[in-house]
Ligand binder design. Structure first.
Ligand code: PLP
Length: 393
């Protein structure tokens, strides 16, 4: 039985996999079992923020694994407390943090905070949460219901009550009523097509919600930890959310999620918990990732990489104007909108054959989420390969 047969026989078929077998990665390059190399413009869907085979991250994880990997949240966990402090300080918000293992789980925590905020004298007075069409908040039953793409809800009901979907930010206000406790948005919709929200509309919504005592939850699972060039996309939008969730890029590949909130005393012991969340291994990994990315940002290198990547993509969009309608995105979260969305699969496959990994997203978007530390040479090489792929279409 070869590896593909084994996978098909024993793993549930939830992904339409590409059958390549990667054996090693270094920075933004992956190597398959035949030694072919691929420029990685995906970073494992925005996860491997410091690149593959990062020496500092590998050393931190190894050192930590020798001392302690896990004990449980019943005891003090030094790197968890340190990580919470770093996250709060970087965010610029007066918050506390709960650690989970994934984006969906971080969002579950956010939704639980909102529900508890809606309680008055033991009764849940307000429970409704407004989210956006085209949003993506994760795959657990509740996070899936929070996700405003109705097609994804097939088969899995009945769902928890209380989620309503606005067509766009400007339509959120119309859906607010006396039962509404929170609004949950991505500032740049990732899966929904790398679609940034308008800054003025977000700031206006944020002010309205504060007046109405309705919470603003910002899902920064994809946009957080410097993906947009700032530590949080919320910093870029100059708002102060009530709740922020993080995951993807935070652990550099080690699973970790976080929910941060200014409602610092909303939970009492027993209200929420996690066996693995914020254990020694994942917290230590995240501490190292943040330290690496901090110096990268502070030296100006991150901003340089962002401009270079954006300019390269804009040039590509101009050169292939018959294929692309426009270049979208913020920071190192970018997309090229196709004129004909049906070409998307062929484009991703052709890119793969030329040795460059890219992603798909909603609204017919070719999506790019490179490691934040990607070099100019890697960008240049990836763009050349992509050009060859596009010429073949
Ligand atoms: C990926 C993603 C999630 C889900 O994260 P998981 O770790 O897969 O559970 C939630 N929200 C956003 C915005 C995401 O991009």
């Amino acid at each position: 039985m070869n590896l593909k047969e084994m996978d098909l026989e024993y793993v549930l078929h939830t992904y339409s996999r590409n059958w390549v077998n990667f054996k090693k990665g270094k920075d933004s390059i992956l190597y398959d079992e035949e030694g072919r190399d691929y420029i990685d413009f995906t970073s494992g869907i925005g996860v491997v923020s410091v690149g593959h085979g990062n020496e500092r991250l590998a050393r931190a994880i190894c050192e930590q694994a020798r001392d302690l990997i896990h004990i449980s949240n019943l005891y003090l966990i030094e790197p968890q407390a340190r990580l919470a402090k770093e996250l709060v300080e970087r965010s610029g918000y007066d918050m506390r943090v709960f650690f989970a293992n994934s984006g969906a789980e971080a969002n579950e925590g956010a939704i639980k905070i909102a529900r508890k905020y809606g309680e008055v004298d033991g009764e849940i007075k307000r429970y409704k949460i407004v989210t956006l069409k085209h949003s993506f908040h994760g795959r657990t039953i509740t996070a899936l219901k929070a996700t405003g793409q109705e097609a994804m809800h097939n088969y899995f009901g009945p769902f928890p009550d209380g989620f309503v979907y606005a067509d766009e930010i400007s339509a959120v206000e119309n859906l607010l009523d006396e039962k509404t406790v929170a609004v949950m948005i991505e500032l740049i919709q990732g899966e929904g097509g790398v679609e940034p929200q308008n800054i003025e509309s977000v700031q206006k919504l944020s002010e309205t919600l504060k007046k109405l005592d309705i919470l603003l939850i910002v899902d920064e699972v994809q946009t957080g930890v410097y993906r947009t060039g700032e530590f949080l996309a919320s910093n870029l939008y100059e708002i102060v959310p009530d709740i922020v969730t993080l995951a993807k890029g935070l652990g550099g590949g080690v699973p970790i999620g976080a929910v941060m909130t200014g409602l610092k005393d909303i939970f009492s012991p027993g209200d929420h918990g996690s066996t693995f969340g914020g254990n020694y291994l994942s917290s230590r990994a995240a501490l190292e990732v943040i330290d690496i990315l901090d110096s990268y940002k502070n030296s100006g290198a991150l901003d340089g990489t962002i401009s270079y990547f954006k300019e390269s993509l804009d040039r590509l969009a101009a050169e292939f104007e018959d294929l692309f309608e426009k270049s979208v995105g913020v920071g190192l979260m970018r997309g090229l909108r196709l004129k004909d969305g049906d070409l998307l699969n062929r484009m991703v496959n052709a890119a793969f054959e030329e040795g460059v990994l890219v992603l798909k997203a909603g609204r017919g978007t070719l999506r790019f989420l490179p490691p934040l530390l990607i070099s100019k040479e890697e960008i240049e090489e990836g763009m050349n390969r992509l050009k060859r792929a596009l010429k073949r279409l």
